[in-house]
Write a protein that binds this ligand. Structure first.
Ligand SMILES: [Zn+2]
Length: 55
């Protein structure tokens, strides 16, 4: 049983050559997002704020 997969970027059907994406463009875009995220990790973590009332 084979399920068709869809590009996580644009949701179109993937192309074997570029899976899990549908195209080189989306593959590059995802890589760009990952690279950008790698430099923005601290904003996604819970920052220990000295003024946080819950701490
Ligand atoms: Zn795509």
């Amino acid at each position: 049983m084979t399920r068709k997969k869809h590009c996580p970027i644009c949701k179109r059907e993937t192309v074997h050559e570029y899976r899990p994406f549908c195209s080189r463009r989306c593959a590059d875009r995802d890589l760009g997002n990952w690279a950008a995220g790698a430099y923005a990790i601290p904003t996604n973590e819970r920052i220990s704020d000295p003024h946080d009332p819950d701490d």
